[in-house]
Design a binder for this molecule. Sequence first.
Ligand code: ADP
Length: 245
Amino acid sequence: MFTLRDVQKVYAGRPALGPITLDLPAGRTTVLIGPSGCGKSTLLRLLIGLAGPHKGVVAFDGAPVTPETARSVRLRVGYVIQDGGLFPHLTARANVTLMARHLGRDREAIAARVDELAALTRFPADGLDRRPGELSGGQRQRVGLMRALMLDPDALLLDEPLGALDPLVRADLQAELREIFRALRKTVVLVTHDLGEATYFADRVVLLRDGRIVQEGSPGDLWHRPADPFVTRFVQAQRGPEVPA
Ligand code: ADP
């Protein structure tokens, strides 16, 4: 669904990403993982054309992502960011439907789609007419997810979607998100720095360090067949707390 060929992104004279070559297959969940600053968000922004590569080619569904094609790519790819990126002065419903209204979609179809998405994401109906500031963090993330799914995209990109949530809300949303990914069978690319979360979601994990791919494979590969000592250190640094006696 997405391919990167020898892609490099430079900020302020320093490579933020690449050069990397990567295929993100359709209908699967790929998790991008790695320490802060390793280039995960940059990779997502390149996929959707929010940033352009300095070298190499990013393609979506066989066609290069360029400034000219980015808009049509964005209509087919949903994007969820950590704090939801919602407009604070708009209600949840208005946030979710903004693009569909802008595109002149049928009002009844929009209303029906909102009801469908609220059921899918278990968002309470009485929250739809509240503004983001009047919702909990978990509810805001559900609104961000509904917005990303509104146009029934082929692919869904999620950048640390659960990072700001407390552990119980996070665990609930993790379980629900995994069900949603399975039910929708979409191409999902999820960014996290948490290996437990990566293992929970991923068909395939891509571990990045300093803008380069260190290892790609199943979650089990990272644990049992680490490609180099960095992978071992990364895995060991994320083991759970020792249980006190
Ligand atoms: P991650 O998502 O893995 O934490 P990022 O993709 O956000 O990493 O950043 C990768 C590198 O690129 C970092 O060194 C970061 O400081 C740099 N970077 C990212 N975005 C910008 C930007 N807009 N301007 C300058 N540097 C940036």
